[in-house]
Write a new protein. Structure first.
Length: 210
């Protein structure tokens, strides 16, 4: 077991973990545990988020909800729901994830099962420090169409194309929105109050609506 402790995230890495061990660990720790997991088929990474990690996660989540509201796009937030598929031998708990294009397919559901339900359309990953597992491979195996990743310095958008994530300028779920524009508001969140930021963002979105 390897444990790394830093200001934004604490990561514990467990090698040679089987799917059965993963399932048992998730059952025994329950939904209220303070860590999130990423599993690449053999290595299990447990991550405990701290303030530097959680604040940009919350800000991005607020911007996404405001986008959906102002653009009149229905959305279902799935938070850090456990996403796993045994056939893919992969699993992860994102910082946030959303059903947008497939919102209607999961509307009214109380539980999600990726063996039968579609994966979220958009996942958010905050990785202030380097992860020990390849999260791109995990998300692609689960079939998540779009990924937004923030590393504390910059935001990048990725779209799943032929099984690989390709960096892109515009969002798939919100085609009017570019990564450059969202990045500006994330930078402003470091010096602005959250309500002031959302008011400014709302004005910008309304100017974008044709």
């Amino acid at each position: 077991m390897i444990t790394t402790s830093i200001p934004a995230e604490q990561r514990t890495v467990l090698p040679n973990i089987s799917w059965e061990t993963l399932e048992a660990l998730l059952r025994e720790t329950g939904a209220d545990r303070g860590w999130r997991f990423a599993y690449d088929g053999s290595t299990l990474e447990l991550m405990t988020p701290l303030f530097e990690h959680e604040n940009p996660k919350s800000n991005l989540g607020n911007l996404i909800i405001f986008l959906a509201l102002e653009l009149d796009i229905e959305i279902k937030s799935a938070g850090s729901t456990t996403l796993k598929r045994q056939i893919a031998n992969r699993g992860i708990e994102p910082d946030n994830c959303y059903y947008i294009q497939n919102e209607l397919a999961v509307r009214g559901k109380q539980k999600l099962d990726l063996e039968t339900d579609p994966p979220p359309d958009l996942a958010i990953e905050i990785d202030i420090t380097s992860s020990s597992v390849n999260k791109f491979d995990i998300y692609s195996a689960l079939g998540v169409t779009e990924l937004w990743r923030y590393d504390g310095r910059g935001l990048k958008f990725y779209q799943l194309t032929q099984g690989k994530y390709i960096e892109c300028e515009f969002s798939i779920a919100f085609p009017l929105v570019s990564v450059t524009e969202i990045s500006r508001f994330i930078e402003e969140s470091k010096t602005m109050g959250e309500i002031a930021l959302l008011k400014s963002f709302r004005v910008w979105v309304r100017e974008k609506i044709p």
